[in-house]
Ligand binder design. Sequence first.
Ligand code: FES
Length: 137
Amino acid sequence: MCPCHPEQYVKNLSELSGRKGLADNLFEELGIAARQTGTPSLDDMERLTEEFLVGKANVYGSVSFYDFLKPENRGKKVYVCNGSACLTAGTQKNLSDKLADHFPASEIGTMCCLGRCHENSAFYYDGKITPALPWNK
Ligand code: FES
């Protein structure tokens, strides 16, 4: 990347990621590649660098940036919000303890932020973001 023209770099990367159109773009493919385990495999990332003509650092940088793709969340089924509103509310330790009654520690990950700051106690499970434990209803 030319440090003098970062805007050109972003423009080029945006065009390369979507060069096949909106239905077949790099970020959609990364999400599909992450479905099975929670993160794309190295083989998938390598394949996508070639398909979309982007560098390995761009693909890995995207994967490691987004909570739904990052390798640390491989195999997770439930994600506790670790955003500042939830953390300062002091609710997340209690929430994590309750979730540990239903999930092994290896299946509990973190995300920041889930957009439920006003409610806190937020977590993501089974396609939903919620401040309430669904099995307590
Ligand atoms: S900080 Fe937890 S939902 Fe925003």
